[in-house]
Design a protein around this ligand. Structure first.
Ligand SMILES: Nc1ncnc2c1ncn2[C@@H]1O[C@H](COP(=O)(O)OP(=O)(O)OP(=O)(O)O)[C@@H](O)[C@H]1O
Ligand SMILES: [Mg+2]
Length: 245
């Protein structure tokens, strides 16, 4: 029998009964999620559903008020963000925060700040430039002068420079023109196929369900649905509430 890719033993990341409060106001409650060793898992939901909070909890940016998060067998919910990065989790936050007054290349190098393998860093930099030729053309340009789409590519490229074992992407399509969104989607699929599992947070459910293998639906802090992305795409509630059908 094939191992169940989502069974607890084989999950890369597991969120168990996790809750996050902000000043006593509950943002997410009793979340249970499993992220397998490969592919794309998406978390969809409306504004304020708790998508960003979930990624922040994984990254150690928001503390749990209950439950736990395990990565590769060990607990990470008690770690600080730098320790989480060191474990191999890279987070591209909402609003693509690049360092505006640094060049493209300097931004990319900051992604490798915890690494000491200088030669591998250089070859990963070349690989990022190979994946994003626009970044190579603009390697000396200040990040703040890049277009929105270019800054999103830069933010993803910087995360890849950490050589992550899991990539968290918060709304990469936000504010981008349709053709750039499409390119972004291709890149996300490519990254996962090359062996880096991706957690993709999106308000654009059509895009997310088209790219992902598995999906979770969050509504006002509660997980209300989960399943293979193709199945959720056909789900009546998802179609009405998220796909406008
Ligand atoms: N720093 C904070 N302080 C207080 N409340 C917060 C904070 N960040 C988020 N919240 C609240 O937590 C809830 C979940 O917010 P979150 O940002 O996780 O939603 P989201 O699903 O990412 O929404 P969006 O699609 O708009 O980005 C919201 O009610 C929000 O107001
Ligand atoms: Mg958000």
């Amino acid at each position: 029998m094939q191992p169940d890719p989502l069974s607890s033993e084989s999950a890369l990341l597991q969120i168990v009964g996790a809750s996050v409060n902000y000043n006593k106001v509950s943002a997410v409650r009793n979340l249970n999620m499993k992220i397998p060793h490969g592919g794309i898992v998406t978390i969809i939901g409306a504004n304020g559903a708790g998508k960003t909070t979930t990624l922040r909890a994984i990254s150690g940016l928001s503390k749990l008020s209950g439950g736990e998060i395990r990565f590769d067998g060990g607990r990470i919910d008690n770690l600080n963000p730098e320790q989480v990065v060191a474990r191999g989790i890279a987070h591209v936050p909402e609003g693509r925060r690049v360092f505006p007054d640094m060049t493209v290349e300097e931004n990319l190098r900051t992604g490798a700040f915890l690494r000491r393998d200088q030669e591998a860093i250089e070859s990963d930099l070349s690989a990022v430039f190979g994946r994003f030729p626009r970044l190579e053309e603009r390697r000396s340009q200040l990040a703040k002068t890049m277009s929105g789409g270019e800054q999103q590519m830069l933010a993803i490229g910087r995360a890849l420079m950490a050589k992550p074992r899991l990539l968290l992407l918060d709304e990469p399509s936000m504010g981008l023109a349709p053709v750039i969104v499409e390119e972004m989607g291709r890149i996300v699929v490519e990254i996962s196929r090359e062996g880096v599992p991706v957690v993709l947070v999106e308000q654009n459910a059509e895009l997310a369900l088209g790219l992902a293998d598995y999906a979770y639906v969050l509504e006002t802090g509660n997980l209300v649905l989960e399943g293979p992305a193709k199945e959720l795409h056909e789900n009546d509630h998802v179609r009405r509430a998220y796909l406008g059908l």
